[in-house]
Every structure is written in structure tokens, then in C-alpha cells.
Design a protein around this ligand. Structure first.
Ligand code: NAP
Length: 246
């Protein structure tokens, strides 16, 4: 088992990529805290992990709420004794062209995708520094690297996540903490369900593999980066996008 006895928090763990990641981690022996805004999704995912013989608990959290994020980290340590891995996966879109994007759309996406990552990373790093090590993984996106029509706010956050990742890798490496990001291409989840079918078809066609991705494709990348197999990997951005931008 690649994560035997490790303790992990996965934000946005109730569905989509986060759900697949929480399940993959549990299958590899991790004790998982499924943290998400949506209580029903948290309960379903936790029940499915425990039903399959894994070990998970749920925590309903809005990652923009610093007090609740502190409680989330305390819940992990009080239930499982430590915190080894944080997957900063929770993220949202609120798409619009530059001309039409509202201040509220800008603020909402910045708040969840950047402040949420900062809140969770800061709270988790405190425990990991005291423990003498850990792994923090952040959700970037192909859109953060290459931009996308109608996603000024989202692209800014996903590029920002890369800056956060590299800064934390430099700050926290000496404390035994590795920090990496994953940049998924277009993955079939409720987030991409909102996108026009013709855009998804176009992305599929552009990819050398002629395929969109599945949540398990991204979970596999997080699993590798969380495991000791990646002990010498920090500050990197792993693109998992079917070669979309080649
Ligand atoms: P998803 O299906 O929309 O799932 C995101 C989960 O995060 C949902 O359960 C959502 O809860 C939760 N969440 C949203 N805001 C939150 C908050 N403030 N606090 C706590 N939880 C919150 O998204 P996904 O496609 O799995 O994407 C996961 C991550 O990968 C995101 O960071 C996304 O930007 C990134 N990503 C996705 C793709 C893709 O193609 N899908 C590509 C590149 C990067 P609710 O259900 O209540 O909203």
C-alpha cells in the first residue's frame, strides 16, 4: 500500500476529482478526511469509502472560512493523530468574457481558489512543521498555464496556485514538507458538465490522445505525488491533460 497509515485531508472531496482522490488514497491505506461544502456529497463519499473497507470521516467546510479550516485540521489530528497530506482540491468557476465579468464573479473565484488554498495550506503546514514533514498538493489547471476564453478569474487563480506552490516548496522544504501542483486538462466532472458540448468536443479533438480525462486520471497523479515514490519531487506542476497543448 502506497499511503499506509498516512492521514490525508482532501478538500472538495465530496465529488468529482476530489472524490476520486479520496477513494484512491483510502484504497492505498490512508485515513482520509473528506472535506467539502456539500454535506450530502461528504456523507455519500465517506459511506462509500468505509463500505469498501477504507477509513474516512467527513467534515463540512467552506475553505474561505479560516475558523472552520482550523477546525478541519484539528478534526484530522484529533481523530487520526497526525496530518501527512493535504490536497487543496476545492475550486470553482464563474465564467464570463472580460467585457461581461462582474466584480462578484471575480471575487468569488479568487476567494475560493486562492484564499481557500492559502487558508488550508497555512493551517496544515503549521501541523506538518511541528511533525517534521508532510505533503501539500494544489489544484492548478491547464487553463492556469495557457489561459482560456471566458475564464479571466479562473485562469488568474490557477496561475496563482502555481506561484503559491513554488513559494511554499521553497519555504517549507527545509521542514521536510514537499509541495506540488497538478494541472489537469479537461476532466469529466460536474464542473465540466456546465461547459458547452461543442467546447468539450473541440478540446477532445485538440488532444493528441483524442480523449477527455476522467477523475481517476488526476487521482493517480495526486497519489504518486503524495507517496514516498515522489520523495525527491517538490515545486513542480504535473500536467495531466492528454497532451492538450502540444
Ligand atoms: P467539481 O466537480 O465542481 O467538485 C468541486 C467540489 O469542491 C464540489 O464538491 C464543491 O462543492 C466543492 N467546493 C466548492 N467550493 C468549495 C468551498 N468554498 N469549500 C469547500 N468545498 C468547495 O470540480 P472538479 O472538476 O472535481 O475540480 C476539482 C478541482 O480540479 C478544482 O480546483 C478545479 O478547478 C480543478 N480542475 C478541474 C478540471 C476539470 O476539467 N474538471 C480541470 C482543471 C482543474 P459544491 O458541490 O457544494 O459546489
Amino acid at each position: 500500500m502506497r499511503l499506509k497509515e498516512k492521514v490525508a485531508i482532501v478538500t472538495g472531496g465530496g465529488r468529482g476529482i476530489g472524490e476520486a482522490t479520496a477513494k484512491a488514497f483510502a484504497r492505498e491505506g490512508a485515513k482520509v478526511v473528506v472535506a467539502d461544502l456539500n454535506q450530502a456529497d461528504v456523507e455519500r463519499t465517506v459511506a462509500e469509502i468505509n463500505g469498501a473497507g477504507g477509513r474516512a470521516i467527513g467534515f463540512v467546510v467552506n475553505v474561505t472560512d479560516r475558523g472552520k479550516v482550523e477546525e478541519l485540521v484539528q478534526t484530522a489530528t484529533s481523530n487520526f493523530g497526525r496530518l501527512d497530506i493535504l490536497v487543496n482540491n476545492a475550486g470553482i468557476t464563474a465564467d464570463n468574457t472580460l467585457a461581461k465579468m462582474t466584480e462578484a464573479e471575480w471575487d468569488r473565484v479568487i476567494d475560493v481558489n486562492l484564499k481557500g488554498v492559502f487558508n488550508c495550506g497555512q493551517a496544515a503546514a503549521k501541523v506538518m512543521v511541528e511533525q517534521g514533514g508532510g505533503v501539500i498538493l494544489n489544484a492548478s489547471s491547464v487553463v492556469g498555464i495557457y489561459g482560456n476564453f471566458g475564464q479571466t478569474n479562473y485562469a488568474a487563480t490557477k496561475w496563482g496556485v502555481i506561484g503559491i506552490t513554488k513559494s511554499w516548496a521553497k519555504e517549507l522544504g527545509r521542514k521536510g514538507i514537499r509541495v506540488n501542483a497538478v494541472a489537469p486538462g479537461f476532466i469529466l466532472t460536474p464542473m465540466t458538465d456546465k461547459m458547452p458540448e461543442k467546447v468539450l468536443e473541440m478540446m477532445k479533438d485538440k488532444s493528441p490522445l483524442k480523449s477527455l480525462g476522467y477523475p481517476d486520471d488526476i487521482a493517480a497523479a495526486y497519489l504518486y505525488l503524495a507517496s514516498d515514490e515522489a520523495r525527491f519531487v517538490t515545486g513542480t506542476v504535473l500536467s495531466v491533460d492528454g497532451g492538450l497543448v502540444l
